[in-house]
Write a protein that binds this ligand. Structure first.
Ligand code: FAD
Length: 407
């Protein structure tokens, strides 16, 4: 039986571990925290991700915990005009799930983790940090540490680093993380205020040269749910305290002048990177999820593409077990396929999404608004847009590649 160690019990690591367990592998899943991290981060699940989680047996539960979001809206902040509404309903026939689902990433990881523990109790080891590893031709020696015990060593066939943007795995392999960090940061505010009253949808993007924002509903602990608003915030070097009352008030008043600080229940600020690892694999060690690629959250693609990495890699590992002579070619294909998607689809779209929202000059703003309206009004372009935004087009491009080695 093939053995794997997975580092990190985020949405990607739990998907990776679950997919390998379902395939009959021996799996150890290490998470350094005492419980699964529950900070407000990704929340959008795209249709192919729903298909993959359903195949693993957790999709229905995750969909039931989430909010269906078939339509997403673009608005102009100054005029408050709705510029376009893109409809995932047009994906009918392409996917059994022609809608996105808003479900906090913690719930995705938690649902997967419960399925893992129900199938193979003891697989998930909390409060256990991986501190290093060495690999040779036959396997990988992994070193872990818990607060209570001294160091422990484990020997496995393969190691998969799903250990987030600051990945120890990537750094230990000496793989470059190529790309850039935006000068500004992103401010995430949470409020129970209901934006449906103003005609917003579950997912919304608001164009403005200074105070653009993304506005999403998340289910939280059930109805009425919460709304998250993502604003640009000044860099650290500006000296401006972007979580101060004054800065937060200025942002929310620009969006809705009836909002007060009392409406804001959570403030979170973070730096945003656009980076892709130079390789997703070295020998018997692999990278998946944020360990391999990070991007801004506009478009809801980060968590999704990470889950797609995990499912792709699990397929390759299963195929390599069935026919070891193909292992090298399969593992190289994982790197080529998933790094290609990260570059051509996820990086390209998220960078473009930010540019569109923050279009600066009146000419650029008009061009962005005209483009959104025209694309939405044309059935073929509308379809192509939602195929891209949902990541279905990227996944289909892998199927279309001649010579692609599928699992
Ligand atoms: C503040 C913030 C907001 C975001 N908002 C969005 C959004 O709105 N939309 C979107 O699409 N994306 C968003 N993202 C990105 C999204 O959260 C990530 O794409 C997603 O979390 C990737 O999942 P992951 O499992 O690869 O990594 P993570 O969720 O980062 O999980 C990595 C796990 O590995 C564990 N770990 C790390 N090192 C070790 C070790 N040595 N040993 C054991 N365990 C270890 C960590 O504790 C963690 O649990 C956001 C990210 C941040 C930071």
């Amino acid at each position: 039986m093939t053995s794997c160690a997975v580092i990190g019990a985020g949405p990607v690591g739990t998907t990776m571990a679950l997919a390998l367990i379902r395939a009959g592998f021996e799996v150890s899943l290490f998470e350094r925290e005492a419980s699964l991290p529950a900070d407000p981060r990704a929340a959008t699940l795209q249709p192919p991700t729903l298909e993959m989680l359903s195949a693993l047996g957790t999709g229905a539960e995750i969909i039931a915990k989430g909010l269906s979001a078939p339509v997403f809206q673009f608005r102009d902040r100054a005029s408050d005009a709705v510029l376009a509404e893109y409809d995932y309903g047009r994906l009918e026939g392409e996917t059994p799930f022609p809608f996105a689902v808003q479900c906090e990433q913690f719930k995705v990881a938690d649902t997967n983790a419960r399925a893992i523990e129900a199938t193979r109790p003891g697989t998930l080891r909390l409060k256990t940090a991986v501190t290093g590893f060495e690999q040779d031709a036959d396997g990988v020696t992994v070193h872990v540490e818990t607060p209570e015990s001294t160091a422990e060593t484990l020997r496995v066939d393969y190691l998969i680093g799903c250990d987030g943007g600051r990945s120890l795995t990537r750094k230990a392999l000496g793989i470059a993380f190529e790309g850039f960090t935006y000068e500004e940061r992103f401010l995430v505010l949470t409020t129970p205020r209901d934006f449906f009253e103003r005609g917003f949808r579950v997912r919304n993007y608001v164009l403005d040269p200074v105070q653009w924002c993304a506005l999403f509903k998340v289910p939280h602990e059930g109805p009425p749910g919460l709304w998250r608003i993502v604003f640009p915030a000044p860099s650290v070097s500006s000296g401006i305290d972007a979580v101060s009352d004054a800065y937060v008030l200025a942002q929310i008043r620009g969006l809705d002048d009836t909002l007060t600080l009392a409406d804001i229940t959570h403030r979170n600020i973070y730096a945003v990177n656009q980076r892709v690892a130079a390789s997703f694999r070295k020998g018997r060690v692999f990278l998946a999820g944020d360990a391999a690629h990070v991007n801004n959250p506009l478009g809801g693609l980060g968590m999704n593409s990470g889950i797609h990495d995990a499912v792709n890699l699990a397929g390759k590992l299963v195929a390599a077990q069935a026919d070891p002579s193909r292992a090298e070619a399969l593992f190289d294909a994982y790197d080529v396929e998933r790094r290609g998607i990260a570059d051509r689809y996820v990086q390209a779209q998220t960078i473009q999404n930010k540019k569109r929202l923050e279009a600066k000059t009146p000419e650029e703003r008009k061009a962005a608004a005209d483009e959104l309206r025209a694309t939405c009004a044309d059935p073929d372009r509308h379809f192509a847009w939602v195929m891209n935004a949902s990541l279905i087009a990227g996944l289909n491009s892998l199927k279309d590649q001649t010579g692609s080695i599928s699992s």
